[in-house]
Design a protein around this ligand. Structure first.
Ligand SMILES: [Zn+2]
Length: 200
């Protein structure tokens, strides 16, 4: 295989195994601790459903990452906007959700656009804080694509801020991570933020 071939590799979440039975028991115990009766017919199936929900939300789907040689020498920003983000805050186990804007300045290789969404999911299906999620997506793309620059912006609403605590419904938290040219070159950075619709 030459260096210019298409390269495909399978990407998995690589997390430790989950013990669903233990999770179900823990949910039943939580219900009891909260003064609810897990034997109540309306709650009978709740531990199983909650355990299955967490398992799903914490398991990224596998995908094939294919990169292609940048034969055309495309040297402008590639940006995928408004990629849905759904994740779980590790401080409250409550969801946060919103959108990610993921861009890169191609080097020798480019990748299928839909894969940018899969990379976001790869790290979003975890117990997270938004800052780390943003950085992990940027770091991963930097590592696997070796682009000239990478930019990731996430705007999300956190249920732990909307449903409780400060009750700041509708408030958005914005985080960004920039590498390479997008970090170092003011013009490229401005272009990136302008394309994402975020004032910089
Ligand atoms: Zn939280």
């Amino acid at each position: 295989m030459t260096i210019d071939a298409d390269i495909t590799r399978r990407v998995t979440g690589n997390r430790s195994e989950m013990d669903l039975a233990a999770a179900e028991k823990a949910v039943a115990d939580l219900l009891t601790a909260l003064g609810r009766d897990p034997g109540n017919e309306h709650l009978a199936d709740t531990p199983r459903r909650v355990a299955a929900s967490f398992a799903e939300m914490l398991t990224p789907r596998e995908f094939d990452l294919t990169t292609f040689p940048n034969d055309e020498g495309y040297d402008e920003l590639v940006l995928a906007k408004n990629i849905p983000v759904r994740s779980l805050c590790e401080h409250h186990l409550l969801p946060f959700h919103g959108v990610a804007h993921v861009g890169y300045l191609p080097g020798k290789r480019i990748l299928g656009l839909s894969k940018l969404a899969r990379v976001v999911e790869l790290f979003a299906r975890d117990l997270q804080v938004q800052e780390r999620l943003t950085r992990q997506v940027a770091d991963w793309l930097g590592e696997h694509l070796d682009p000239l620059g990478v930019g990731v912006v996430i705007e999300a609403e956190h249920m732990c801020m909307s449903l409780r605590g400060v009750l700041a419904t509708g408030s958005k938290t914005v985080t960004s991570a920039l590498h390479g040219t997008l970090r170092e070159d003011a013009r490229t950075r401005r272009e990136f933020f302008a394309l994402t619709g975020i004032a910089a």
